[in-house]
Design a protein around this ligand. Structure first.
Ligand code: NAG
Length: 473
């Protein structure tokens, strides 16, 4: 009697998935985490540094199609960028950071270490991840991860919409999708090599149709929108409002952290204009930061614009803050829709307290809770907008010196809050440890986050807590 043993071949071919422990921070669950980024380009895994990407194009090699991005030496005039005064009280941490001259890396297709993600936004089954070009060796500034496919803890990024088309965009900080199936961003047109920025193109608003994955708008900003040589390096975020459900009547608000303004774009008018106001400036007493083991002084102004619920007149309250500040301000969207700045339309909303410097913030409409990505405290916090804005009316929802170091993006998507943290100051002033997890994306349900905290509604005036510390659950 003979036995036939059939070995299931497919089983043997299955790549064993290394058991991975995903972390939680507060009520946030880790979605992905990376030590260093990798790419999946046309099905080819790009896992380590490579000089050229020619062999990724498939078939005919268009010789160095990236030349326009990498080898244009025109327009280099501003030598003032990057001279923010800094001090580093742990210089021994950075043995090699100072030995690499970023200018020597020009023309390189992929330098893994230089790829630091900044923005993360989930739209449907895709998670868009942006990597502004602050060094050479970044294959694509706009990428995505297909969430409908199983992946490990550190999935590779795929250029969006594809490698070839992604080359038309030079550098993007963060994206925002609107409710009309479009993805908005600002292409700063700049490669921000420290002390040697390359201004390759005038900054432009770029919009993709997420149905067809085609670029449907490239609007070049006007010179009057860009008052300083280095303004392109400050176009950190874009916020989009659709008026009265009419997709052709959209307004985009671009925060300019470097020259302290907000640029407004009207899709219907095909025009843009700029507002200046003292409230867009940084607060000098809030500039000393200590993040990721680095101490430094920054002077970033208005960083993000969050949108309040629609009011009867169709106007919306816009919440904004300079990054170097603990204050929050408001202005009506209708005031910014006008080309002349109405100086008295701006209001001081309140103060969030010491070390509450924040990059991005976003409002969850149904609960009227505003969520803040706090770089000063490695944290995410919240505030119910019907309460007076004071530290005692805020709750610290998650805090972690390592795994929430420099939360660089925060976005409320449906009933979830998505956060990216990227340990940026260590990259700028010291050296990331490529053997550790440096980049994180988290998600949490709004209801889980605010339950039992001062941010949970309904608003009750008696519960106003005037103290100077955050009250947690
Ligand atoms: C400017 O804003 C203030 C405060 O909202 C308002 O009362 C005033 O009418 C506005 N001025 C103009 C010219 O719109």
């Amino acid at each position: 009697m003979t036995f036939k043993i059939i070995v299931p071949l497919l089983f043997l071919l299955t790549v064993p998935v290394e058991p991975q422990r995903r972390s939680t921070v507060g009520k946030f669950n880790e979605v992905f985490a990376w030590k260093q980024l990798t790419y999946d380009i046309n099905g080819i895994m790009v896992l380590q540094d490579r000089f050229a990407g020619d062999d990724l194009a498939g078939g005919d090699r268009e010789k160095r199609a990236t030349d326009r991005v990498y080898f244009n030496y025109n327009n280099e005039e501003d030598k003032n960028w990057g001279d923010r005064p800094i001090w580093n009280d742990s210089p021994t941490e950075s043995p090699s950071a100072s030995t690499v001259d970023p200018n020597d890396e020009i023309g390189r297709f992929f330098i893994q270490y230089n790829n630091v993600p900044m923005g993360a936004e989930k739209v449907g089954n895709r998670l868009f991840v942006t990597i502004p070009r602050r060094r050479y060796g970044i294959p694509a500034t706009l990428n995505y991860i297909d969430l409908s496919r199983p992946s490990g803890r550190s999935p590779p990024l795929t250029p969006y919409p594809d490698m070839q088309s992604s080359r038309s965009i030079i550098s993007v900080y963060r994206t925002r999708a609107d409710e009309c199936g479009r993805l908005w961003m600002v292409d700063t047109g700049t490669i921000e090599i420290p002390n040697n920025p390359r201004y390759l193109q005038t900054p432009a608003i770029v919009v993709y149709d997420l149905e067809t994955d085609r670029q449907i708008l490239r609007y070049t900003l006007k010179s009057s929108d860009l008052p300083a040589n280095n303004t392109p390096t400050g176009l950190a975020s874009i916020t989009v409002i659709i008026k009265n459900g009419d997709c052709s009547d959209a307004y985009a608000y671009i925060a300019d952290v470097v020259s302290y303004g907000v640029i407004v774009f009207s899709l219907k008018a095909g025009d843009s204009w700029r507002h200046s106001h003292n409230y867009f400036h940084f607060n000098p007493t809030a500039g000393n930061l200590r993040v990721a083991g680095q101490s430094f002084i920054w002077n970033d102004g208005v960083f993000s614009v969050a949108v309040g619920p629609a009011e009867a007149d169709g106007c919306r309250m816009l919440y904004f803050h300079p990054m170097v500040s603990s204050q929050e301000f408001t202005v009506s969207s209708c005031a910014l829709e006008r080309r002349e700045t109405n100086q008295t339309a701006f209001q001081v909303t309140g103060d969030r307290g010491t070390n509450s410097q924040s990059t991005m913030h976003g409002l969850h409409g149904p609960s009227k809770v505003l969520f803040f990505a706090e770089v000063g405290r490695d944290a995410v916090s919240c505030w119910h907008v019907d309460r007076p804005l004071a530290p005692g009316n805020m709750a610290l929802l998650a805090q972690d010196r390592q795994r929430l170091s420099y939360p660089s993006d925060l976005h409320v998507i449906d009933d979830e809050v998505w956060v990216m943290a990227n340990t940026l100051p260590r990259f700028i002033y010291s050296r990331l440890d490529p053997n550790q997890y440096n980049f994180f994306i988290y998600r949490a349900k709004v209801s889980d986050l605010i339950e039992g905290t001062v941010c949970a509604g309904p608003y009750d005036a008696a519960s106003f807590y005037p103290g100077s510390y955050y009250k947690n659950a």
